[in-house]
Design a binder for this molecule. Structure first.
Ligand code: FAD
Ligand code: MG
Length: 736
C-alpha cells in the first residue's frame, strides 16, 4: 500500500501536523533507496510505486509550507535530525512535504519530538497495514481511502492511500467531519474546545445583555402595572364588613382578588402540610377560588426532618414556600391559625399572624388538613423532652445537642454532669425515632470524633426506648432484626415506646361542635373523606380517620343482594359477590379479603358447602376486629389529597355529590412501602413483598426516593448540595 498523505489531529480534532509524499514514477528508485537505508527499509518498500497528484496541499492556507520541516530539523534533537535527514536521502524516490497546521500552539521541542514520533509511528503503521491490522481503521468510500489510527493519548493519525483523489481539500474536509463525529460520539457533546467556549461565552454574554435591555425597557411599565393594580383592590378587601355570630370582620374579598376568581365557589384549605399541598397540586385551577390558611407559610418535607437535627441537611432544604405552591391554582394565602368554625354562616375563624382581632373566612367547601400534635402517651416526664415534629423542633434539637457537647467539654463540668449531658434518649422505636437515633450516631462517629476531645466520644451514649418487643415493629421481622443488629454494632442502646397522634386544638373544637364526632380522639370521615355530621367539609391526613365500617351491621343487605336463589344460604359464587360488594363499598376491607377459597372453607364450619347466616356473622365479626385505621403517614395524606382534588374537580362539573361519588368511587389507599434510614444505610419494606436490607445502594435508593418526592427543583438542588457538602466537609458544628 502506498501512503500519500499523513495528517495528525490532536484530542480536539485540531490538525496539528501533516505530511505528504510525492512518489516518483519509477518503482526502481524506491527499491534502490530502500536497500540503501536499513532504518527505513520498510517505509520504502511500502511507499513506492505510485503517481503523485498531491502537489497542491502545501499551498493550502491551513498549513505552513515544507520549510517548517527544515526548521524543525535544525532545532530538534539529534534523533529527530537524523531521521529527517534519512528521509531527505530518499528525495530521489519520494518528495516529502510536512508542516504544522497554522494556528497550532506547540513548542519547537515538542514539534521535533512529534515529527520523530510520527516517522517512527508511520513505519509501524505501514507494517500494520500490510499485516496486523490491530489499532487501525480503514475507511473506504467512493471518493477516498483513509486509514485511521488513534494513540492512547488521543492523537489521531490519518493517512490517505488513494493516489486518485481529485481534491485534497475535500478529502481533508471529510476527514475532519469523520473525526469530529467520532470525537463527539466518544466524548459527548458537553466537551467544548476553545472555539466552542468562545461561542458559548459570546452567546451567554449576548443573552445577558438582551435580558438586561429587555428588563430596563419594561421596568417602568411593570412598576406602573403593579402600581395601578394596587390602586384598585376591592374596597371590601381593605375594609371588611362584620358578620357571623361573633360579629368579626368577614374576609369576603382579598386584596389579590380578581373578578373572575370571585365568581367561582370558595374552597378553603386549612393547613399547609402533606394533605393540603397534595390537594393544591392536583386541583383544577379553573374550578375554585382557593384560600389556604396555615400558621406556617411553608411546606415541610417531614421524612427528612431527622437529617436536619444534626446538620446533614440544612433546614431550608426541607422547606418550600406555600405561596409558590399556591400560585399553581392562583390561591390566596393567609398566615394565621384557624381557631373555630361558624357552622351556621359557613365561616372559619382565623387568628392572623399580626396578632390582632380574629377574622372570618367564608367557605363553600372546606378542607381540614391540620395534622396532629405529639402526644405524651402518659409517659411521665416526657414534657421535659424536645419533640421532633416541626422545623423549630429540629432547630432546638440541633442547638441542644451541640450545646450539651460544648458544656461537657468545660473544665468545671463534673463527671456525673458530663455523663448526663452526653446521654441522648430517643422515645419511640418507629421509623422517626430510629432515623433520629441513626443521625445522631452518624454525627457522633463522623464529626464529633474529629473535632471534639476523644473523652467526649467515649462518654456519649444513645438510647432508644420502644414499648413493643422490637424497633421498627411495623416492618417485616427480618428488617427489624437487621436494624437492631446494626444499632448494636453502632452502640445504640435499644430499650422500649410507641407512635402518637393526638388532635390539634382546632380539630378538638370541631369534634365538640358535632354530636357524631363527640368524644372521638380524631375527626372521622366517610369513605369519600367527608367529615361525618357536616356538609361541604372534608378532612384528611393525620387529623382524620376513615370510619371503619361495621360490616356486621350490613349483613342483611349483603345477603339480600347476593342470595340470588333466595335459599337463605350463601354458595361460593354468592360469597364472591358479597366480597366484591364489601370491597367496593368499604375499600378498607380489601386487605382482609384475600385467598377467598380458603376463607370460604374456613368459615364453612359444618362443611356443608354453603355459608349460613351464623357462619357469615362470624366471618364479618372477624374482619371487623382486624380492621385498623390507616397509618398517620405522609403517604396516606398525600394520596388522600390527590383523591380529594379529583373528587372536588368532578363535583364542580357534575354539581351533584351522589353522581360524583359513583363516578369517583370511595378513597382507596395503596401502600407503596415504608423506608427508614439506619445511619449510612437504609431499610425498606415495599409493595409486593420487595425488601431492601442495608448496603450502600440502599442509602442511595433511600436518598433517590426522597429526592424525587420533593415538591420543587429548588429543594432538589439544595438536597444534592447538602449531601455533597456533608460528604466533603462534614456537618456544621456551630450553634447560632
Ligand atoms: P401535616 O403535614 O402535619 O400538616 C399540618 C399543617 O396544618 C401544618 O402546615 C400546620 O402548620 C397546619 N396547621 C395545624 N393546625 C392549624 C390551624 N389550627 N390553623 C392553620 N393551620 C394549622 N410519613 C411518611 O409517610 N414517611 C416518613 O418517612 C415520615 N417521616 C416523618 C418524620 C417526622 C419527623 C415526622 C414528624 C413525621 C413523619 N411522617 C412520615 C409523618 C408525616 O409527616 C405525616 O403523616 C404527614 O405530615 C401528615 O400530613 P398532614 O397534612 O395531615 O399534616
Ligand atoms: Mg344461597
Amino acid at each position: 500500500m502506498t501512503i500519500h498523505n499523513l495528517y495528525i489531529f490532536d484530542r480536539h480534532c485540531q490538525c496539528i501536523y501533516f505530511q505528504k509524499w510525492t512518489h516518483s514514477k519509477s518503482s526502481n528508485n524506491a527499491t534502490t533507496t530502500s536497500s540503501s537505508n536499513n532504518g527505513t527499509s520498510n517505509n520504502n518498500s511500502q511507499l513506492g510505486n505510485s503517481n503523485s497528484r498531491l502537489g497542491g496541499l502545501a499551498t493550502s492556507s491551513r498549513f505552513s509550507t515544507s520549510s517548517a520541516a527544515s526548521s524543525i530539523a535544525e532545532q530538534s534533537s539529534p534523533n529527530a535530525n537524523s531521521l529527517i535527514r534519512s528521509e531527505d536521502n530518499h528525495q530521489t524516490g519520494i518528495t516529502q512535504q510536512s508542516g504544522l497546521a497554522a494556528g497550532s500552539v506547540i513548542s519547537i521541542e515538542e514539534e521535533a519530538k512529534l515529527v520523530y514520533g510520527v516517522v517512527l509511528s508511520l513505519r509501524n503503521f505501514v507494517r500494520k497495514l500490510s499485516g496486523n491490522q490491530d489499532g487501525f481503521i480503514s475507511y473506504k468510500t467512493s471518493t477516498y481511502r483513509l486509514h485511521y489510527y488513534e494513540t492512547p493519548t488521543g492523537l489521531k493519525f490519518v493517512m490517505n492511500s488513494d493516489p486518485n483523489t481529485e481534491s485534497l481539500r475535500m478529502v481533508l474536509k471529510q476527514i475532519h467531519i469523520q473525526l469530529y463525529v467520532e470525537f463527539v460520539v466518544k466524548n459527548g457533546l458537553m466537551r467544548f474546545d476553545d472555539t466552542r467556549w468562545e461561542i458559548s461565552l459570546v452567546t451567554a454574554g449576548l443573552t445577558a445583555l438582551s435580558g438586561a435591555a429587555y428588563y430596563l425597557s419594561t421596568d417602568r411599565d411593570r412598576f406602573i402595572e403593579v402600581f395601578q393594580e394596587d390602586q384598585h383592590p376591592p374596597y371590601l378587601a381593605l375594609h371588611p364588613q362584620r358578620g357571623g355570630s361573633k360579629q368579626l370582620p368577614v374576609s369576603n374579598y382579598y386584596i389579590d382578588d380578581t373578578q373572575e376568581e370571585n365568581k367561582k365557589p370558595r374552597l378553603v384549605i386549612i393547613g399547609s402540610g402533606w394533605g393540603a399541598v397534595s390537594v393544591v397540586k392536583n386541583l383544577d385551577k379553573e374550578k375554585y377560588n382557593v384560600t389556604i390558611i396555615s400558621d406556617n407559610n411553608y411546606f415541610l418535607f417531614t421524612p427528612l426532618l431527622p437529617s436536619a437535627t444534626v446538620g446533614t441537611l440544612e433546614l431550608r432544604s426541607l422547606l418550600e414556600p406555600v405561596r409558590k405552591i399556591a400560585s399553581r391554582v392562583h390561591a390566596h394565602f393567609l398566615e394565621g391559625r384557624a381557631v373555630d368554625i361558624d357552622l351556621d354562616y359557613k365561616y372559619v375563624e382565623v387568628h392572623g399572624c399580626n396578632e390582632k382581632e380574629n377574622f372570618y373566612v367564608p367557605y363553600d367547601k372546606l378542607i381540614v388538613a391540620v395534622g396532629a400534635t405529639s402526644m405524651t402517651h402518659g409517659v411521665e416526664g416526657i414534657e421535659h423532652t424536645v419533640r421532633l415534629k416541626t422545623i423549630r423542633d429540629a432547630i432546638d434539637i440541633r442547638r441542644k445537642i451541640i450545646e450539651n457537647v460544648e458544656k461537657a467539654c468545660l473544665p468545671t463540668t463534673t463527671p456525673e454532669e458530663r455523663k448526663r449531658l452526653l446521654s441522648f434518649v430517643v422515645c419511640g422505636g418507629g421509623p422517626t425515632g430510629v432515623e433520629f437515633a441513626a443521625e445522631v450516631s452518624d454525627w457522633v462517629n463522623e464529626d464529633l470524633v474529629e473535632w471534639f476531645p476523644k473523652l467526649i466520644r467515649k462518654e456519649i451514649s444513645i438510647h432508644i426506648i420502644q414499648s413493643r418487643d422490637h424497633i421498627l415493629n411495623t416492618f417485616d421481622s427480618k428488617i427489624s432484626d437487621y436494624a437492631e443488629k446494626r444499632f448494636e454494632r453502632d452502640h445504640i442502646n435499644v430499650i422500649t415506646n410507641s407512635r402518637v397522634v393526638p388532635m390539634t386544638s382546632f380539630a378538638k373544637n370541631l369534634t365538640e361542635k358535632l354530636p357524631v364526632q363527640a368524644h372521638k380522639r380524631v375527626l372521622t370521615t366517610d369513605n369519600f373523606l367527608k367529615l361525618q355530621g357536616l356538609r361541604d367539609v372534608y378532612a384528611l391526613g393525620d387529623c382524620a380517620t376513615i370510619e371503619n365500617p361495621n360490616l356486621l351491621q350490613h349483613i342483611m343487605e349483603f345477603i339480600q343482594e347476593a342470595d340470588t336463589d333466595k335459599d337463605g344460604s350463601i354458595q361460593f359464587n354468592e360469597f364472591l359477590a358479597i366480597c366484591d360488594t364489601m370491597r367496593s363499598r368499604f375499600p378498607l376491607t380489601e386487605q382482609h379479603l384475600t385467598h377467598l377459597e380458603k376463607m370460604f372453607i374456613k368459615y364453612d364450619t359444618d362443611k356443608n358447602g354453603v355459608l349460613d347466616i351464623e357462619e357469615l356473622k362470624i366471618m364479618l365479626k372477624d374482619i371487623d376486629s382486624k380492621m385498623t385505621n390507616l397509618p398517620a403517614t405522609a403517604q396516606v395524606a398525600s394520596q388522600q389529597g390527590q383523591y380529594l382534588a379529583k373528587y372536588l374537580n368532578n363535583l364542580e362539573n357534575s354539581k351533584d355529590e351522589l353522581s360524583t361519588q359513583t363516578q369517583v368511587g370511595p378513597f382507596r389507599y395503596s401502600h407503596l412501602g415504608t423506608l427508614a434510614y439506619l445511619g449510612n444505610t437504609a431499610v425498606g419494606d415495599f409493595k409486593w413483598g420487595y425488601q431492601m436490607i442495608g448496603g450502600l445502594w440502599a442509602l442511595y435508593l433511600w436518598r433517590s426516593i426522597y429526592w424525587s418526592e420533593q415538591v420543587s427543583m429548588r429543594t432538589r438542588l439544595n438536597l444534592s448540595m447538602d449531601w455533597s457538602k456533608c460528604a466533603i466537609w462534614g456537618r456544621d458544628i456551630s450553634t447560632v
